[in-house]
Design a protein around this ligand. Structure first.
Ligand code: NAD
Length: 282
């Protein structure tokens, strides 16, 4: 059982939970994730470790309320418990002084980008954070990002804050040298379509691009194959071989098709739960 220390809304439909998990907090590294079950019969959902505090023995997750499991998770209060929590899973992101690194985060994926920004900055890289949100109302953690970024650039789809457009518009301007800084490496974390667009863009500049994949996952230990992804023509498991991969080699078309596989079931399940069980986790 893992106790929720704090849980609160960061933006509409996006929550931050701080969970007491001292063993995981003691080992977690940037880029790793946990697998949560909100009930003993629940699905297993992978969530990136958005922050950790070894001294306090806590880890942070940031999640969107999308389906039944995340609705159940959002209903928990401080003091409530998560019955199953596995981690830290996956390989830590590569760290070092890589020169000027553009870390491109989209929406809730920015929470997953944050520990990478923090660790890369501490490892000596120069960080240009490019953060994209739908609108000003969806923004969160820009104060945290600013603390570890040498430059913080924001885009919103509707232009309500920062540059109007997508993160790729900001990145393209930097790459075309409208900004002042040469970019040595790009890391992209967010919706699959965003990561694909970033990789498509940087391919033209022959610029190393790492993406952190958000495949559907079941076991998280390389046994079930649910998170398989094709990278450079070979099957990889996101849980064991990733979650970070060379963005130029990922078969995004397949990834996006697989991400959509259970949309109908997810919708039906949430509707059934709302109809029959809402009011308490089942
Ligand atoms: P969103 O739809 O609000 O998009 C966020 C930003 O991504 C946009 O503001 C835009 O700048 C960019 N973007 C979107 N579509 C684009 C396109 N076609 N071309 C270029 N840029 C584009 O995002 P959201 O609703 O907050 O969803 C976040 C996503 O991040 C979810 O799909 C979630 O699964 C994913 N995620 C990924 C990880 C990971 O490790 N990869 C971690 C957490 C969340």
């Amino acid at each position: 059982m893992f106790k929720i220390k704090e849980i609160y809304t960061l933006a509409p439909g996006t929550l931050h939970a701080i969970i007491e998990a001292p063993l995981i907090a003691g080992k977690a590294e940037a880029g790793q994730f946990i697998i949560i079950r909100t009930s003993s019969k629940g699905e297993r959902i992978p969530l990136t470790i958005a922050d950790y505090d070894r001294a306090q023995g806590t880890i942070s997750i940031v999640f969107q309320v999308l389906g039944k499991s995340t609705t159940q998770l959002a209903a928990l209060k401080p003091g409530g418990v998560i019955p199953d929590l596995l981690g830290p899973q996956g390989n830590p992101s590569e760290m070092g002084n890589f020169g000027n690194v553009a870390v491109v985060g989209g929406g809730v994926g920015i929470a997953a980008a944050y520990p990478i920004v923090k660790s890369l900055k501490n490892a000596g890289s120069r960080i240009i954070s490019i953060n994209g949100f739908r609108s000003r109302d969806n923004m969160f953690w820009m104060d945290k990002m600013e603390k570890f970024s040498d430059s913080l650039l924001i885009s919103t789809n509707d232009g309500s804050c920062g540059r109007k457009g997508f993160v790729t518009d900001v990145l393209r301007e930097l790459l075309d040298n409208k900004g002042e800084e040469r970019i040595d490496r790009v890391i992209a974390i967010g919706p699959a379509i965003m990561m694909k667009s970033v990789a498509d863009l940087t391919r033209n500049y022959n610029l190393k691009t790492i993406v952190s994949l958000n495949s559907l996952m079941v076991c998280g230990m390389g046994m079930c194959g649910a998170c398989r992804v094709t990278v450079g023509g070979k099957t990889n498991f996101t849980c064991m071989d990733g979650p970070d991969f060379d963005g130029h080699l990922v078969d995004f078309k397949e990834l996006m098709m697989r991400l959509d596989s259970y949309k109908h079931e997810e919708k039906t399940c949430l509707e059934k739960w709302n109809r029959e069980c809402a009011g308490g986790p089942q």
